[in-house]
Each structure stands twice: as structure tokens, then as C-alpha cells.
Design a protein around this ligand. Structure first.
Ligand code: UD1
Length: 426
């Protein structure tokens, strides 16, 4: 079932080439956005290809606390919001996972009120929720902030025009899931076009919503009075896929990924090919092969379809093995370089500047104890461990468990020497 909070560590012994086949799970970030849409209707919403990771556990507990009936069997998750008993997302859940704020839009739209704890900062800088609140206000909700909570209320949301000043995945999902039940017409502009937003829009249409422009930055929404429950498959996890692509390449491996959507991976695929990697795509399967030393390639993390910010730490790990220096820039989270000092403890040669780092490939890496600071940072440490001499101990892998399902089993099946050591459970 869902993993509980723990202080496990990984011990990785470097030096093996990854070889074989790995099945990619459903997308964590899509799942987190799809699940709260159950609040928009009574009856059972069924989501297939559901991943099993710690963030999904947090969202499940949050929805259960509101009275949503939940049933998970394998990767099939059933959610039933027929008997909602609370419209509140308490701090204890939101502090664990910012995506808890996804319940705000659906609650206000269907029940006319919601009380959601304000998320705090995070490990890679301030992450405001002003756009979520402005959008809801524009749709006619009254928002009051007090005691660390967002209190939102309305009679019925009313169609409007709302422009997102910044392209935001979370705000786009929240406002879209509210606008579908508003009265009249809503136009949303500068909507994020990440595949997770498109996945939510497609689900909503299946549920009876009227949305045009899906996949573009302008959505035209004709509000409906009610939606109905449906069954929908969660899209494959493009970040997990990118992680395995890069892990395969940096170990000079030969790995086939199954259950992927290659169209979501274009930026990563292109940069990897430019670095000398061979990538063959056949439907939902991708084979990644690397012979010899990759050439250094610069990347800039940007909004979709640009290179994903959630993959820049893994790119840094890959570039540790490259010929030359690679400049890695993050335009979304310019301070998201918490992994650099940890990689340096393994012997990595990396310089940091304002919003970027420069990885100089070829330095000899030797195993050491390193500390995870956030989800994607921690997986970059595991990846570096795969190519370091000796043993690397990665502490606090609960960060990693937020978004990866059985990472040690998947890597182990590809030949990696990786072991989870259970150190504390609470
Ligand atoms: C989502 C992903 C996260 C990814 C990020 C960017 C989930 C659960 N998380 O996070 O893994 O790294 O997209 O691709 O899907 N912003 C504002 N005001 C707001 C909202 C956002 O200024 O109200 C800013 C943020 O500070 C950031 C930028 O917009 O600089 C983009 O953030 P956003 O797309 O909202 O990220 P999340 O949805 O939180």
C-alpha cells in the first residue's frame, strides 16, 4: 500500500552499466491533479495507471479526511465524493505537500466554500499561490486569509476572463477545475500547457465539461451545471522516464523504457541525442543506449515544452560523466541547486552562479554520505552514486519516495547495486 513516513537511506555501490527493461509508472503530478476532480461530482471516479508514492498517500489521506471514499487495487484508484463531510484541507496535510491546494478550486465550485491551509515556502525558494487566489476571486469567490488559512466562499462562480501573469501549472489546474462549474463563459489566457494540465482538461471533458483550446495557452470554457464520474488513465510519468533515460546514459547503459509518452519528452530526448546518446522510439517504448563518453550540453529549464525544471538536477548528474563543461540554468526556480554541495561531497566539479550552475565533467567521483534536500535533488545523488567509486550513502530518501515508486527495485532490476536501509519509522 502507500508508503509511510520514514528516515530510510539508500546505499549505492557504483560501477555497473544499467541494462534491461523498466516500466514507467503513471505520472505523480498528473495523478495529484486528477484526484481532486472527484470533488466536482458525486459517484465514483476511477483512475487507472495510478502511481504508488508518498505524495499520492498524502493526497489520499487529505481526500479521505474530507469524506471521499477511496479504494486502491493495484494501479486502479476509485474515488467517491458522494458524502463529503468537510471542506477543509488542514495544515498537517498541506505542509507535507503543496499540491494539497488542488482541492480549493473544486470545493469552491461545487460546495460554495473551502478552507485550505496556506502552503509555506519550500526547499527551492518561495512558491506563492497568489495566482490561484486571484483567479478564484475573478470567478466571483470571496477570499479571506486568516490564521494561516485561505477561506473561500461564493454563491455560484461566474464566468470571467482571467490572465495568468506567470505560467503556472498549479494555478492553471486549480482555476480550470473551478471554472468548469461556473455559470457562463470563462476565457483563461497564458494557461500552462504542461501535459499534466492537458490531462486534467481531457478528464474534465470526459466528465461533461465544455472546454475548447486544450493543449494551448488559451482555454474557452462554457460552464455546466453538473459533471458525471468516469474512468480515466493517468498519463505516464515524464519525469520518472527522463530520470531512467539519464541514468541509463550516464552508466553507458542500454535500457528500454515501457509505458512512456515520447511526445512529452522531446526536450530531454533532443538534449540527450545532442550529447551523443542513441534513442529509438517505438510507440510507448523507448530504447536508450550510450557508447563512450557524452559530450557536454547546456540546458535551460523552462516552461513546457522546454526542458523540465524537475529534470535539471538529473541532467547535472549525467553531465558529471561528460566531456567538457555544461551550463545548467533554471528559469522557473533559479535557486533550485541544493544538490550541488552534496554532489561536490562526492568529488563533483561544479560552480554555481545566479540561477545556474556549471558542471565540469570527468572529475573522479568517490562514494560518501550525502543528504537529500528535495525530491529531484535526491535522485541526482542516487544517479551520481551509480558512477562513483565505492559506496554512496544517501540519507533522507523520504524526499525521493514522494515521487518515485520502488526506485531501488527498478534500478536493481537493471543491474544497479542499491539497497534500502530502514533506519527509523514514525
Ligand atoms: C508544478 C509541479 C512541480 C514543477 C513545477 C514547474 C506539481 C504537483 N508540481 O509545481 O514538480 O517543478 O510545476 O514545472 O505538479 N507562481 C506564482 N504564483 C502562483 C503560482 C506559481 O508566482 O500563484 C510561480 C512559482 O513561484 C514559479 C512559477 O510560478 O516560479 C511556476 O510554478 P508552478 O507552475 O505553479 O509550479 P507548481 O504547480 O507549484
Amino acid at each position: 500500500m502507500i508508503l509511510s513516513l520514514h528516515m530510510d537511506k539508500f546505499i549505492v555501490r557504483g560501477g555497473t552499466r544499467l541494462q534491461g527493461s523498466v516500466a514507467i509508472s503513471g505520472a505523480k503530478n498528473a495523478s495529484l491533479a486528477l484526484m481532486p476532480t472527484c470533488l466536482l461530482t458525486s459517484g465514483t471516479l476511477t483512475l487507472t495507471n495510478t502511481p504508488n508514492n508518498r505524495d499520492l498517500g498524502t493526497m489520499s489521506r487529505l481526500l479521505s479526511s474530507m469524506g471521499v471514499g477511496m479504494h486502491l487495487e493495484g494501479d486502479v484508484l476509485k474515488l467517491d465524493a458522494s458524502n463529503i463531510t468537510s471542506h477543509e484541507a488542514p495544515y498537517e496535510h498541506v505542509k507535507q505537500m503543496r499540491a494539497s491546494i488542488y482541492v480549493l478550486g473544486p470545493l469552491v465550485a461545487r460546495f460554495g466554500n473551502a478552507r485550505v491551509s496556506l502552503p509555506g515556502g519550500c526547499n527551492f525558494g518561495p512558491r506563492p499561490v497568489d495566482l490561484h487566489l486571484k483567479g478564484l476571486e475573478k470567478l466571483g469567490a470571496t477570499i479571506d486569509l486568516s490564521g494561516g488559512y485561505i477561506n473561500a466562499s461564493c454563491d455560484r462562480l461566474k464566468g470571467t476572463h482571467f490572465h495568468f501573469d506567470i505560467s503556472s501549472v498549479g494555478a492553471s489546474v486549480n482555476i480550470l477545475t473551478a471554472a468548469v462549474l461556473a455559470s457562463g463563459h470563462t476565457t483563461l489566457t497564458n494557461v500552462a500547457i504542461e501535459p499534466e494540465v492537458t490531462a486534467v482538461a481531457n478528464l474534465l471533458v470526459k466528465m461533461g465539461a465544455r472546454i475548447q483550446g486544450i493543449g494551448t495557452t488559451t482555454l474557452e470554457i462554457e460552464g455546466v451545471d453538473e459533471l458525471h464520474p468516469v474512468t480515466e488513465a493517468t498519463i505516464p510519468d515524464r519525469i520518472e522516464a527522463a530520470t531512467f533515460m539519464l541514468a541509463a546514459a550516464m552508466t553507458r547503459g542500454d535500457v528500454t523504457l515501457t509505458n512512456i509518452d515520447a511526445s512529452h519528452l522531446s526536450a530531454v530526448t533532443q538534449s540527450m541525442e545532442d550529447s551523443g546518446c542513441t534513442i529509438d522510439i517505438d510507440g510507448s517504448t523507448m530504447r536508450v543506449r550510450m557508447n563512450g563518453t557524452p559530450e557536454a550540453e547546456d540546458i535551460t529549464a523552462a516552461i513546457y515544452p522546454g526542458f523540465p525544471t524537475d529534470t535539471q538536477a538529473q541532467w547535472a548528474a549525467y553531465m558529471l560523466t561528460a566531456n567538457g563543461a555544461s551550463r545548467i540554468k533554471d528559469t522557473i526556480y533559479p535557486t533550485r541547486f541544493g544538490y550541488v554541495p552534496e554532489l561536490q561531497r562526492l568529488g563533483a566539479d561544479i560552480e554555481t552562479g545566479e540561477g545556474y550552475c556549471v558542471v565540469k565533467g570527468g572529475a573522479r567521483l568517490t562514494g560518501a554520505t550525502v543528504m537529500s534536500s528535495d525530491l529531484r535533488a535526491s535522485v541526482s545523488l542516487v544517479m551520481a552514486g551509480l558512477v562513483a567509486d565505492g559506496e554512496t550513502e544517501i540519507l533522507r530518501v523520504y524526499h525521493l519516495d514522494r515521487g518515485y515508486e520502488g526506485l531501488e527495485h527498478k534500478l536493481g532490476a537493471l543491474g544497479a547495486h542499491i539497497e534500502r536501509v530502514r533506519t527509523e519509522v514514525y
